[in-house]
Design a protein around this ligand. Structure first.
Ligand code: C5P
Length: 404
């Protein structure tokens, strides 16, 4: 799956870059922040300029780099005190041992340290240094001081270091830092502060202690949608059947196996939700009598009696008539007719329908969707599931905000 950035549109980030080999990764970080829509102003220390050129950051951010307290032209454009207040967040990445020490002691001996001192905005640091410098008592004391003041310390990670050693002190990866920034800035977007529940993945219906009935759902669409809703500001409860996927940022996962467990978790989470999206491929039937011991092979045929599972969307709708609800319909034929029938029968606000069959929709990365609602429809063209999820999340937010 491609990396889908959080929504940082309109957020102002002052990126402080210190001297260290990880300074080259700060160029990638600035690009990722810009891609996510942020407005980025880079401030470099003198030592940073020894590792990476200001022209690199200027080309990536579209803004001249600030590096001096004594640059009369830059100061007349936006003075350092103004710059300190301009930012929504100051992120120092990489943060060298030297700059951490300067910040811990309140020095104001260059532009970056002065800005930090003159700002009341949240401050985050992403340390990067040799493992011995990281573990040095002086560095750890400085970090403790900064933490106690509310400074967020992001990383570092462990692994191979540019100096040839292996250990703690690697700067956190740029894409992770970008997601951290989104998390620190808090909910933003049309769904800010809203609680959304998403069901995702397959269910497993046990036959005996070692066997179960399941389906080909990978959970990718549901996870991508949960991530996209979180990026629009929602607090997401992701009720998930068994998958191989990582929990997306901004989501809390509730793991379940059977349809009955998913239904109970959905009813529980829906009680405090404002938005409910059922992407899960829920088993329609479960085994009537689950064997307590492994079933032995005896005859040439065997029969399993199945009983119908509750429809989760129907149960949630009955409990919460006011909830904004979105369902999915996977169909092999008569897409619109079947989808509209489900929209009405399950009393949904929106339904996203896709054609299924060999190589389509299930367990593949690309998908396409037709979205229907009472009196309207929108086609979302074939695209990777995360791109499609973003478009669907925006459409859901649009309908949710304007009301049914
Ligand atoms: O009726 P059908 O299974 O085709 O409907 C699909 C939609 O209903 C999906 O949104 C799915 O998550 C949801 N569903 C459900 N509970 C079930 C079966 C399906 O919530 N037991």
């Amino acid at each position: 799956m491609t990396d889908s950035p959080p929504d940082l549109r309109g957020r102002r980030i002052l990126l402080g870059v210190c001297g260290g080999i990880a300074a080259y990764k700060a160029a990638d970080l600035s690009r990722r922040l810009i891609e996510a829509g942020a407005d980025v102003q880079v401030v470099m220390t003198d030592n940073a300029a020894r590792f990476v050129g200001a022209a690199t950051f200027q080309a990536l951010t579209g803004k001249p780099v600030r590096d001096s307290l004594w640059d009369a032209q830059a100061e007349s454009h936006m003075g350092h005190i103004e710059l300190a207040r301009w930012a929504d967040l100051i992120l120092v990445a990489p943060a060298s041992a030297n700059t951490l020490a300067r910040l811990a002691h309140g020095l104001a001996d260059d532009l970056l340290a002065t800005l930090v001192l003159a700002s009341d905005r949240p401050l985050a640091v992403a340390p990067a240094m040799n493992r011995l410098m990281w573990n040095a008592p002086a560095t750890q004391d400085n970090l403790a001081t900064l933490r106690a003041r509310g400074v967020r310390v992001l990383g570092p990670g462990a692994g191979f270091q540019a100096c040839g050693e292996t250990g703690e002190g690697r700067m956190r990866e740029p894409s992770d830092l970008r997601d951290d920034v989104a998390g620190l800035l808090g909910p933003h977007g049309p769904l800010a502060g809203r609680h959304a529940v998403v069901t995702a993945g397959p269910t497993r219906e046990p036959i005996d202690p070692v066997r179960f009935i399941t389906n080909r759902s990978s959970g990718k669409q549901g996870y991508a949608l949960a991530r996209a809703l979180a990026q629009l500001g929602a607090r997401v409860s992701l009720i998930s059947g068994p998958t191989q996927l990582a929990v997306p940022p901004g989501c809390v996962r509730i793991e379940v196996e059977t349809a009955a467990q998913m239904c109970a978790a959905a009813l529980d989470a829906a009680a405090s939700a404002e938005l409910f999206v059922g992407t899960a491929a829920v088993a329609d039937y479960r085994v009537q009598d689950v064997a307590t011991d492994k079933i032995k092979k005896t005859g040439t045929t065997m029969q399993l009696a199945l009983v119908r599972n509750d429809d989760i969307l129907v149960r949630v709708r009955a409990a919460r008539p006011d909830l904004f609800m979105v369902g999915f319909a996977a169909e092999t034929e008569n897409l619109e007719a079947h989808a509209r029938d489900k929209l009405a029968r399950k009393q949904l606000n929106l339904i996203a329908a896709n054609r299924v069959g060999p190589g389509r929709a299930f367990d593949v990365d690309d998908n396409q969707l037709s979205v229907y609602w009472a009196g309207g429809q929108r086609e979302l063209a074939s695209a990777p599931k995360d791109v499609l999820a973003r478009e669907l999340a925006l459409l859901i937010a649009e309908h949710f905000v304007t009301g049914p």
